[in-house]
Design a protein. Structure first.
Length: 497
């Protein structure tokens, strides 16, 4: 199934179906509440969390401002350490590069570390079309792959599945992919983990090619970093002879000193751990530096753009590129908890997906044009973000772009976007509001009229507005506006005396 979710319906349509799935909502409620409660405790242990959060924001913003320089420095360092750097402008180019590199080895199987970048570009499907079998080794990704499913969470891709469903998937599908599940498999976590371990071990020992992403890339040394909790990534990174890493260009940090900040904030925000159980780092190849190399025999780094430089050109929207993929915003979002990740139609679900996907892919499709509206703007996502991405600000910014159109950057070119269809009433309402707020006399007169006629106001809106007021109470108009109250009670008086 496509990792880019081509053909998915708009968010409201997909979400309407999801909210009626009681099993899905139960799974999501249990998982997200558990994860966020643990995160709160882990973050509370750190006395300087606010300072770490600000440091992460500043490091990311500095890096993005000087991204061209740091990418060149990274390429030089990786090359000096024996690696080969490839540049991919979009998903198609990245898939062609990786497919060609695998074919050069003569292998028809690869093992994969959990990677959102490879899901973003649909790499598994591209490899399959070329006759190459890609095996996911992360437990949750394995569940998704065996179930012919789609990931629905950044950190826990199979969050929408419960233990009974996972047991059934293992029993039904493992034999088709390799070692079958043990007879009499139950749904206890220990047995499920052991079944996955036995199934994957033979693939680890047989595979000659590994494919990964990276959580971070250190520009000064060319070092790549993968953090994980299971150890499967360590197996993929150390056992295969050839390693191919597909990494978004925004994952770079200038120095090891900068990396130290994120190795404190990422585990606490994602898995609620003080540090990740497995932190793997490699620099080039094992023969790349006369006895100093610690990487695989052959290493290829594919640097992926795929809309990132277009996003970088947006002064408001570029802050989405700070994201370190912790998924904290998903676990506190009331919309995600009820709709689930599949409704977002992207490998990046939840609040971060609502601002990242429309920027990487553009807003021409119905699904991407609907994502900035998949939010209540409650601000919980901003409060928990370890790099202080103001997601509500970007959501409002993208809503304006969709409703009003205007200048944007696509494929490196400045274009003028047309307003999306279906927003004529919204545009008219915003223009009327702008006129009213710029004419104080008219605003005051409207407020007084609304107050004097409030007994006649309906409880629900007519026409298209009925859908909005069907689930909300219309706010009551006060008997007197604040402006009139102020003039009547304190106007012209010095209340400090």
């Amino acid at each position: 199934m496509s990792g880019t979710f081509v053909g998915m319906p708009a968010f409201p349509v997909a979400a309407q179906e999801a909210v009626h799935d009681s099993t899905l909502r139960g799974n999501l409620r249990h998982a997200t509440h558990t994860i966020r409660a643990k995160r709160e405790k882990a973050v509370a242990e750190v006395s300087d969390w606010a300072a770490l959060r600000e440091a992460g924001k500043q490091i990311k913003d500095h890096t993005l401002r000087h991204l061209d320089r740091y990418l060149v420095q990274l390429e030089e360092a990786v090359t000096a350490a024996g690696g080969v750097v490839h540049w991919a402008a979009d998903a198609d180019e990245a898939n062609r590069i990786v497919t060609a590199l695998v074919r050069m080895t003569g292998e028809t199987e690869v093992v994969k570390v959990k990677s959102m970048a490879t899901q973003e570009i649909g790499l598994n499907e591209a490899l399959e079309a070329a006759g190459i079998h890609a095996y996911e080794t992360d437990l949750a990704e394995l569940i998704v792959q065996l179930g012919k499913d789609r990931p629905s969470h950044i950190l826990v891709p199979a969050i929408h599945r419960n233990r009974g469903e996972i047991r059934d998937i293992f029993a039904r599908e493992m034999g088709e992919w390799g070692r079958p599940a043990p007879e009499g498999l139950t749904d206890t976590p220990a047995e499920l983990a052991e079944a996955a371990r036995l199934h994957l071990r033979e693939k680890f020992l047989r595979a000659k090619v590994g494919i990964s992403g990276a959580n971070f890339m250190v520009a000064e040394t060319g070092t790549l970093v993968v953090v994980e909790s299971e150890g499967n990534g360590r197996m993929c990174l150390t056992l295969p002879e050839t390693l191919i890493s597909v990494v978004g260009i925004e994952k770079i940090v200038p120095s090891w000193r900068d990396l130290e900040v994120f190795l404190q904030t990422l585990p606490r925000s994602s898995t609620a751990e003080r540090m990740n159980p497995y932190t793997s780092m490699w620099t080039g190849t094992k023969d790349g530096r006369a006895g100093e190399g610690d990487g695989p025999g052959t290493f290829h780094l594919v640097l992926l753009d795929n809309g990132r430089t277009d996003t970088l050109a947006d002064e408001v929207g570029r802050q989405a590129l700070r994201c370190i993929r912790c998924s904290a915003c998903l676990n506190v979002c009331p919309v995600y908890e009820r709709a689930g990740g599949h409704a977002y139609g992207s490998v990046y679900p939840g609040p971060i997906g609502a601002i990242l996907s429309p920027q990487l892919r553009g807003t021409r499709s119905e699904i991407d044009a609907s994502l900035p509206y998949a939010s209540s703007l409650c601000g919980a996502c901003y409060e928990v973000c370890p790099v202080a991405i103001d997601i509500p600000e970007v959501l409002v910014h993208l809503r304006e772009r969709i409703a009003e159109g205007g200048p944007a950057t696509r494929d490196g070119n400045r274009v003028l976007l047309k307003p999306a269809k279906g927003h004529a009433a919204e545009r008219a309402a915003m223009r009327a509001a702008r006129w009213a707020f710029s004419h104080p006399g008219a605003l005051r007169g409207g407020q007084r009229l609304a107050s004097r006629t409030r007994r006649f106001h309906p409880r629900t809106l007519p026409g298209p507005g009925r859908a909005w007021s069907a689930t909300r109470d219309l706010p009551e108009v006060p008997a007197e506006s604040f402006r009139d109250w102020w003039q009547r009670t304190r106007g012209g008086k010095d209340v400090t005396k």
